[in-house]
Write a protein that binds this ligand. Sequence first.
Ligand SMILES: *[C@@H]1O[C@H](CO)[C@@H](O)[C@H](O)[C@H]1NC(C)=O
Length: 305
Amino acid sequence: MNLWIVLVLAALAAGASAQSCTCDTLKWAVCEESPCKCEISVAANEKQQLTCSELIPKCFLMKAEMYRAKKGLETRTIGGKPVEDAFVDNDGIYDPDCENDGKFKAKQCNNTEECWCVNSAGVRRTDKGDKNLKCEKLVETYWVRLQLTHKPAKADVDASKLKVAIAEAINKRYKFNKDLVDNVEYDPKARLIVVDVKKQKGERQTDLANMAYYMEKDVKVLPLFKSQEKFEPTVGSEKLEMEKILVYYVDEEAPTFTMKNLSGGIIAVIVVVVLAVVAGLLVLFFARKRSQRYNKAQQREMEAM
Ligand SMILES: *[C@@H]1O[C@H](CO)[C@@H](O)[C@H](O)[C@H]1NC(C)=O
């Protein structure tokens, strides 16, 4: 009898220790015991070692997602019910080239002949070009604006407590410095919370892209964290569940998109306006020349007299 208890306890202990090596910051990670090592497949024969005590670099996450999508693997949790926006806004994804430390390479081609330059969040910041496109360096995103819409709350949301609540939630969940939450604005009618997360230009310790990406997944699909607990800032006694998120990126240098992005209609209007202005200037120019000639003729007549 006693022997049985000992055996059961031993089995439980073994089970518990087997589960001790897991990856808190990425549920898809595959971990190995003693020493505890976690990795994720990012291509057919390519695995990426992970540091699971930190948020995983967005570049590795995107690469892993592309690979999983290609293999028809679940990019959501198994059996997880996608929220309303789950399928929207996936068009930004591509198969990125990453540096060894998880940063995006400045130039990205998505395994095609068409390339573009990205910022530190891996978001395109130039027109698309061919393979000879030059991207001098990776331009850092130093400011992200997170536009969150929360689900209807039971009571009115106390806007004065919102900033602290959001900063706290971001700090706890993404291990992000509270002080970087620069400004929070609230529109109760639209249930819209605008959060500006900003760092000093030139600062290279914090990566806004990781945090924003984890939050995007938290809101749009399901958490990347092993724990499927929701991102719910607590304001007063109310837990605010989010239903939509839109992320704006601000880089240390302005992006260089050109007119290619303008629609044909706008270009046509610009062309017509420019032509009209040029025509007007020409008319003015000739009118003035004629009057000058007239003046000179008058002068000569005066002198003759
Ligand atoms: C990258 O390529 C994949 C197909 O391999 C495609 O589904 C995706 O839309 C592409 N992304 C971009 C941003 O071009």
